[in-house]
Design a protein around this ligand. Structure first.
Ligand SMILES: O=C(O)CCC(=O)C(=O)O
Ligand SMILES: [Fe+2]
Length: 118
């Protein structure tokens, strides 16, 4: 995947969750540092590596949507709009796992390559 960050793998057990957040970088000191290197995060792909017995969806509260985790499934969304501006509708969360274990792998796509060629 072009300009992809390294894959981030997460494992949630019962009660595990990811509070509502944006994946794009904000205008903080830390955010600006990230932006300098590879530009904005323009896309997010969450791949579900396990089925979850209950709970554990990925919710998008601003648009009233929730994706149910299904092994082998994935959800992709653009973190910016057509103008390249951050899209606040991408607020999302990993809702608490009620039963079972949730495994995901997340890939973020950046505007530019951000690793130096060595
Ligand atoms: O756990 C989820 O469903 C969402 C994960 C997520 O938002 C992320 O990895 O950035
Ligand atoms: Fe996220």
């Amino acid at each position: 995947m072009e300009n992809g960050e390294g894959l981030q793998v997460l494992r949630y057990q019962k009660g595990g969750e990811y509070r509502p957040h944006f994946d794009y970088f904000g205008d903080s000191v830390g955010g600006r540092k990230h932006l300098e290197v590879g530009g904005q995060r323009v896309g997010t792909c969450v791949m579900y590596l396990s089925d979850v017995q209950a709970g554990g969806g990925t919710s998008f509260p601003s648009v009233g949507m929730e994706v149910k985790p299904k092994k082998g499934g994935a959800v992709f969304f653009a973190d910016v709009d057509e103008q390249g501006d951050v899209d606040k509708l991408t607020l999302h969360a990993g809702v608490p796992v009620i039963a079972g274990v949730k495994f995901i792998a997340t890939k973020w796509v950046r505007e530019r390559p951000y690793r130096r060629e060595s």
